[in-house]
Design a protein around this ligand. Sequence first.
Ligand SMILES: *Cc1c(COP(=O)(O)O)cnc(C)c1O
Length: 404
Amino acid sequence: MLKPLNQEQSRVRAAGLDSRGSRSAPPRRLDKRKKIPVAAPCLAGNEKKYVLDCLNSTWISSSGRYVERFEIEFAKYCGARYATSCCNGTAALHLALLACGIKAGDEVIVPDMTYIASANAVGYCGARPVLIDCVKDTWNIDPSAIERSITSLTRAIIVVHLYGHSCDMGAILALAAANNLFVIEDAAEAIGTQYERRQVGALGDIGIFSFFGNKTITSGEGGAIVTNNKQLWKKARILKNQGMSPSRRYWFPTVGYNYRMTNIQAAIAVAQLERVDWHLAKRRRVANWYYEHLEELSGRIVLPIERPNTRHGFWMFSIRLKSSYRGITRDKLIKLLALDGIETRPVFHPLHSMPPYRSPGSKLLVSSLVGRTGLSLPTHGKMNQEDVRYITACLKRHLGIAAN
Ligand SMILES: *Cc1c(COP(=O)(O)O)cnc(C)c1O
């Protein structure tokens, strides 16, 4: 006999999303009104104190001691000689490319599976992004596919440590050295990620980070560049400050940009960086709970891996549906979870599928597959094990494994 539907099930039914009847009651949230966001900043350190300090001192614009302090401490954290802050991660990418001398007519290797900013910044320089497929286990750029795409116009490789997993830097750095190419690391999603026990971002010629609100540490909007190359650092600093000469005030030898970070943003960033290990440990704990509770689903979904010589930063815990179960595609699963009060997000659409970068003939099969079947589950420092238990129970229910 069918049990009467509760409100939640009726909604799911009414939306035509559930064809399985009421064979098991949905797992209940402890606090029904609470939704679980996919990302949320944690501002429980000195953020408020430092921001108030900016306000009280009136140092609210882009000069101030928090900007300097952040740059020194961020370089140190990344194991890099130099760092410079800027207004967001996309601007950081643009500055990194300009510092490397990328100009109109150049080609830059970019992974097909990434956030749009990685490719857009190449376009800002008048250069052309050449899209490369990803590998199936980490979803990161495939080094063996890079080699085939290098031409006489290629100047640089942008690698993206997607969702917090390091790229195969050994292979990429060797390729770049053999072909005389710059390596620009887009580490926007990968603060704290390690490759062979070293922080990513400082492994190539120049690396960039983002401190957008959903990133592992945030300053609201914000970005940074790290490098061991003094020339690249100097160029980036001049360009972010309207091209002003560092030795002669209001003298502009070159066309630059206003890409500066404010002291208020830097105040938040300093406070976040003070607790970066806490942020990383918390995300790793969330990931471990997911691994624990999703083991039973290993036939239906693919869980993220951590290659042996790397340390995952777990910006996002992202999974992939192996095959559709009873017609439940990735997009349908996202809708079902939304009705459970769980916000998720689809993995990036591969760049080659979007109008500015459309390339119909290209064979970017792995990134297409990942883009179609991948999704990121809520991953942030405000989650507890109850949240993960609830999310994974909902997942199991939708994918045909009875929740207990
Ligand atoms: C977030 C992000 C950026 C851009 O950062 P913004 O600060 O939002 O401009 C660049 N690349 C990747 C891979 C990102 O995830």
